[in-house]
Write a protein that binds this ligand. Structure first.
Ligand code: SAH
Length: 355
């Protein structure tokens, strides 16, 4: 199975190169037909405008790595759907489908597990198993569109894994979803979230892909941040925020900072004041403070971490302190409260059940 061509991973020009060479030797226009079928989740058998012999050759030589739905949790509160997907090699990942006014949004995984080691995160508990291919990330969207019968217009790379630790496939995925003739999702409707791999943030800025960058900051200083996010020992807060400033100066696109509030760790009014100060110090161009936004996320409790969510009162005080200092912050609405499955928990439960 592994020597088969991962056809869903190919960009339109690569698909054209494949399909015009042996054993296919087809005219160019067939590539466009196949690309369109693939992005609608249709298997080779269903590609009815292709000659039967071509469909047979494709199925003998290619694999379509769209994940299948293993489990589906639907929130009765707001229709949020949490998926457990099975990959072609029987690994599991998760994705979350959310209905917002601005469109249907899918939160996708980029790796099986994660090696970043953030203390509050369920996805990293047993490390990284493997990277996802761009086809598998794309396949999460295709599978969710098929399952819901709806179109997905917004994508956030905030599921399992660190997208910038799987940089090449993440960039390929971004090209794939925005390619004409495929899903055609505008990159302005895509957020890439990172715990702060500084050199990769700089690389991504150079690609000119107009995505929104989300930075998982979670702390205002190195001491606090290193205690909960090991990556901070490699790239500290100042270095990270300088890369964020340069991101804005290169792309002109506003940065979103994620800040998960953990009781007694990073949620005091003093933490809020230090956060405002460090953001203003770095996110600056001469006299001008650069546009940015802070998303406050009350921690989803993850068993075994010893960390718990901040009180409602502490969250409100933190948000008020930030706004009084001129930093716009919103507290993230919690979708799907009744299917509580913080990032990575469904996958962990499924592998624990198997043992
Ligand atoms: N690795 C990337 C993307 C995946 S995590 C990143 O770090 O940004 C997506 C977001 O969920 C991050 O901001 C992450 O810090 C946050 N997160 C992880 N576990 C959480 C938890 N238990 N409660 C609240 N937010 C959490």
């Amino acid at each position: 199975m592994n020597d088969k061509t991962d056809i869903l991973r190919l960009l339109p020009d690569e698909l054209e190169a494949l399909i015009t060479s042996p054993p296919y030797s087809q005219p160019k226009f067939r590539a466009g037909q196949i690309f369109s079928w693939l992005s609608r989740g249709v298997g080779f058998d269903g590609m009815t405008n292709l000659p039967l012999s071509l469909r047979t050759t494709l199925s003998q030589n290619c694999i379509i790595k769209t994940p299948t739905v293993e489990r589906r949790l639907v929130s009765s509160a707001d229709g949020t759907i949490k998926y457990l997907f099975r990959l072609y090699d029987d690994n599991f990942i998760e994705a979350v489908y959310m209905k917002y006014e601005h469109g249907n949004t899918l939160c996708v995984s980029s790796q099986v597990g994660c090696r970043m080691g953030c203390r509050f995160c369920a996805s990293t508990k047993s490390g990284r198993v493997r990277d996802l291919a761009a086809s598998e990330i794309l396949g999460e969207i295709i599978a969710a569109e098929l399952d819901t019968g709806t179109r997905i217009s917004n994508v956030v790379m905030m599921g399992i894994g660190e997208p910038l630790d799987n940089y090449d496939e993440t960039v390929r995925f971004l090209h794939l979803i925005s390619a004409p003739g495929g899903l055609s999702i505008g990159l302005r409707h895509v957020s890439v979230s990172t715990c702060g791999l500084v050199p990769r943030i700089r690389d991504l800025a150079e690609t000119s892909l107009p995505v929104t960058l989300s930075i998982s900051l979670h702390a205002p200083d190195d001491g606090t941040r290193s205690a909960i996010m090991p990556i901070n020992n490699k790239y500290g807060v100042s270095e990270l925020l300088d890369a964020c400033r340069d991101w804005f100066l290169t792309t002109g696109r506003r940065i979103s900072f994620e800040y998960t509030l953990i009781s007694g760790k990073n949620d005091s009014p003093e933490d809020a004041r230090r956060l405002a100060a460090v953001l203003k110090r770095h996110m600056r161009d001469g006299e001008r403070t650069l546009p940015m936004h802070v998303n406050l996320i009350p921690l989803n409790d993850v068993e075994g971490t010893g960390l718990s969510r901040s009180s409602r009162e502490a969250v409100r005080r933190f948000a008020d302190t930030l706004s009084s200092l001129g930093i716009t912050a919103t507290v993230r609405r919690r979708l799907g409260p009744d299917i509580n499955a913080a990032c990575g928990q469904l996958r962990i439960n499924s592998s624990e059940q198997k043992q």
